[in-house]
Design a binder for this molecule. Structure first.
Ligand code: ATP
Ligand code: MG
Ligand code: ZN
Length: 370
């Protein structure tokens, strides 16, 4: 049931007008005025962190150029806006480049642009995960961008724009989506809990926002975990147990496996976390935070004052990591931080993390052997 309700929250709160978008004002203000002036370029590139609104904004733009309202566009309520929202508007075509990345897929697109839009003012192609296009497909697409068809708008969305050929990037109007500041996420979550009839404490929402780390999608998913039992209030402890139980136990177990040189067990745990939908970077960050907690409790009398964790949680970490000394923990933090940076640019961050687990765990075995 949690899953179903999450879908509901997720869908229900995907912004249908620009005013509902959290943060990204630098994008919203430009798009609004381009739509109002009817001065929309042929191609956009939306890049930036996961869960910050790239796909959402692409759909808003697609609606904006096809909206029938006179005032603010998109209005979110006209026939075209509703059809686009429901994914049944023939002139707005979403392509997931992760599964349609070949040159034939691009030819299908370019063939379609020969004809004018059927019902809308503009035909909009949203090419999501655009970095997944093969080189051949990207080159075919470049030809289209060099001679852009009339009344067609391409919106490319990607978390790794560096992987797109520079020749494509230079022909797009680019926007970088920023992590949304915690205070703005907290405000947004306040509105959402309000609409759900949940009485949420400000410090609870601040903690949701802190854990979301700039991603609105993550914030919504944490919120979903917190309210899935149907309760009508939300306090800081509810959030702590939700974010703690989702990750900390596994992170602790993985960390102990590595410390004990149990490579296979650590790798299996990792694959379970990733299969459950957790992002690699998130695992690395949580692991860093876990190690930092373990390190700080060795020095501080009252670590709860500077750690975003409950006292019980801190005591648990302390007990679990009693055998790990300061040098071991700080070394681990350094390695994980380095990997965290590298993972930003890697197409296979999961493999890098596996390699690090093997390296750290085997080193332990080696130490034991000599
Ligand atoms: N800036 C935002 N304002 C309001 N809601 C947002 C914002 N960003 C994301 N969301 C929420 O998170 C969900 C996912 O957002 P979206 O699909 O637009 O992210 P994305 O940037 O395309 O992520 P990805 O890189 O994973 O494709 C949306 O349904 C929406 O509810
Ligand atoms: Mg997206
Ligand atoms: Zn409309």
């Amino acid at each position: 049931m949690g899953q179903a309700q999450y879908e509901a929250i997720y869908r229900r709160f995907r912004p249908q007008t620009f005013d509902k978008v959290l943060g990204q004002r630098h994008v919203v203000s430009v798009l609004k005025s381009q739509i109002a002036d009817g001065n929309v370029p042929h191609a956009y590139l939306f890049s930036g962190t996961r869960g910050t609104g790239k796909t959402t904004m692409a759909r808003l733009l697609a609606k904006g150029v096809n909206c029938l309202a006179d005032g603010q566009r998109p209005c979110g309520v006209c026939e075209n806006c509703i059809a686009i929202q429901n994914g049944i508007f023939v002139d707005v075509i979403e392509i997931d480049a992760a599964s349609n990345n070949g040159v034939d897929n691009v030819r299908d697109i370019t063939a379609a642009t020969v004809y004018p839009p059927s019902v809308g003012r503009k035909r909009v192609f949203i090419i999501d995960e655009a970095h997944m296009l093969t080189l051949q497909a990207a080159n075919a697409f470049l030809k289209t961008l060099e001679e852009p068809p009339e009344n067609t708008v391409f919106i490319l969305a990607t978390t790794v724009p560096e992987k797109l050929p520079a020749t494509i990037r230079s022909r797009c109007l680019s926007f970088e989506f920023k992590r949304v500041p915690a205070a703005i996420i907290a405000e947004g979550m306040k509105e959402i809990t309000g609409e759900l009839g949940i009485d949420a404490a400000d410090d609870a929402l601040a903690l949701v926002a802190a854990n979301a780390d700039g991603s609105v999608r993550d914030a919504l998913s944490i919120l979903e975990t917190c309210v899935s039992s149907g309760q009508k209030t939300l306090d800081r402890n509810d959030v702590l147990s939700a974010v703690g139980s989702a990750g900390d136990e596994v992170i602790a177990a993985m960390s102990l496996d590595v410390f004990a040189g149990k490579t296979a067990s650590a790798l299996i745990r990792l694959s379970e976390v990733l299969n459950a939908g957790k992002e690699v970077r998130r695992v690395i960050e949580d692991w860093i935070d876990f190690s930092r907690t373990a390190l700080l409790v060795k020095y501080l009398d009252k670590p709860q004052n500077i750690l975003n964790r409950s006292l019980e949680n801190i005591e648990a970490v302390k007990a679990q990591t009693a055998d790990m000394d300061e040098k071991y923990l700080s070394g681990q933090i350094l390695k994980l931080s380095r990997l965290c940076n590298e993972s930003r640019w890697s197409a296979h961050p999961g493999i890098l993390l596996e390699m690090l687990i093997i390296e750290m765990s085997e080193r332990k075995q080696h130490r034991q052997a000599v």
